[in-house]
Each structure stands twice: as structure tokens, then as C-alpha cells.
Design a protein around this ligand. Structure first.
Ligand SMILES: Cc1cc2nc3c(=O)[nH]c(=O)nc-3n(C[C@H](O)[C@H](O)[C@H](O)COP(=O)(O)O)c2cc1C
Length: 197
């Protein structure tokens, strides 16, 4: 069966740094014969969870009002997920926060629909110490809470996945160190996918 990785770009900017870095990582994965898709959250209408807990008994009532059911299907169908976020005030983007909240129904009770999917993060901030590592941790926490298999970037960079420092859209392509971490995240995801399947 053909394996697939999706890259979720949670920046509202077109051709932004997050998008560029995710594409850089996905290219490495494609070179291993695994299919990929990039998903731009700003193309979807995503309402945040209202904590109604209707999902304990039936489907999320917001699924009829926005596009999140499409995103949930894409997450369920793939084998690995790269989540990319720009650093906003030391944390994830509001689009990503809204999406994360809406995945409660995928986990609640004993559903765990994302269990055993491989996950990695890519984050970019304008400052060298702008909160990238903390932002990766937020993404990794979401993955752990879904019982996913979290991976970092491959040896020798191996720390927290892809981490970039850039400001203007696309300028991350000048961040050699950051690009290497995105590349190595792709390598590690492909390595673990092939090892598991
Ligand atoms: C609302 C807002 C908050 C931001 N907060 C931070 C921050 O806390 N730390 C940081 O390093 N950069 C911060 N930035 C800069 C972005 O993370 C940076 O420009 C990044 O490259 C944007 O990625 P993108 O091109 O994919 O949108 C912020 C930008 C915005 C718009």
C-alpha cells in the first residue's frame, strides 16, 4: 500500500516561511518514494471548539458549519503528519490552535483516530530565540495526547524537528541551518515510516 505524508501549513501568509520549509521537508520524503500533500489551513474555514462535548455521543456539531471534516479525513487517511507553524507570541498560530481544539472528537473516550501516526513539527520565528522550541513542544504535546509517534530531525542535527529563523516571506530559504533541520525531519520521518511498515 502506498504510504502518504501530509504537511499542514498554519501560516496565513501565501508562500511564507512555514510553507517553504514544509515543502523542503516533503521533497526529501518524496525522494524516498512516499507520496505527500501540503495543506494550507488558511484555505479552510476553521471554527474553534466550543466545549459543548456533543462529540461524546455523536459527531461535532461544527462539522456541518465549516471545513474541518475535510481536514479530519485527510489526517485519518495519511500515515504521517508534519505540522508547521510560525511562532506567534512564543506559541502556535491561531489557525493551528483552532484546528487542534477541533480534534477533540478524534480522541475523546477511546477513539484515538490518530494513534500510531508518525508526527513531526516545523516552526519558524523571526528572532533567534523567539520561542521556536516552546512552539515545537506545543505541537509535540498535541501529538502525544493523540497517541501519535513523535519524531525529531535525523542525526546529526536531531533536536526538535524543523526550526527556522526568518522574517520576510520565503527568506527562510537563506537559513541554511534551519533548512538542514527541515531536510533531516523529512529523512527521519521516511526512515521511521519504512522501518514500521
Ligand atoms: C502576530 C505575530 C506574532 C509573532 N510573534 C513572534 C514571536 O513571538 N517570536 C518570533 O520569533 N517571531 C514572531 N513573529 C514573526 C513570525 O514568526 C515570522 O515572521 C515567521 O517567519 C512567519 O512565518 P510565515 O512566513 O510562515 O508566516 C510573529 C509574527 C506575527 C504576525
Amino acid at each position: 500500500m502506498k504510504m502518504k505524508v501530509i504537511g499542514i501549513d498554519s501560516s496565513p501568509r501565501k508562500n511564507g516561511n512555514t510553507e517553504q520549509m514544509i515543502k523542503h521537508s516533503l521533497k526529501v520524503i518524496e525522494n524516498s518514494g512516499i507520496s505527500t500533500e501540503i495543506i494550507k489551513l488558511s484555505n479552510y474555514n476553521i471554527l474553534p471548539c466550543t466545549a459543548c462535548y456533543v462529540c461524546k455521543d455523536s459527531s461535532c456539531p461544527l462539522d456541518d458549519k465549516d471545513d474541518v471534516s475535510i481536514l479530519k479525513e485527510k489526517m485519518k487517511e495519511c500515515d504521517a503528519i508534519i505540522i508547521g507553524s510560525p511562532v506567534y507570541f512564543g506559541g502556535i498560530s491561531p489557525l493551528l490552535s483552532a484546528l487542534f481544539s477541533r480534534t477533540l472528537d478524534m480522541r475523546i473516550l477511546d477513539r484515538f483516530q490518530l494513534k500510531n501516526k508518525i508526527g513531526g513539527s516545523i516552526v519558524i520565528g523571526a528572532a533567534r530565540n523567539g520561542g521556536q522550541e516552546f512552539t515545537s513542544l506545543i505541537i509535540h504535546n498535541w501529538m502525544l495526547i493523540h497517541n501519535m509517534i513523535v519524531v525529531s530531525d535525523a542525526i546529526p542535527t536531531s533536536h526538535f524537528g524543523g526550526i527556522g529563523v526568518a522574517s520576510e516571506p520565503g527568506s527562510v530559504m537563506n537559513d541554511e541551518v534551519g533548512l538542514k533541520t527541515a531536510e533531516n525531519l523529512g529523512k527521519r520521518i521516511a526512515e521511521v515510516m519504512i522501518w514500521i511498515h
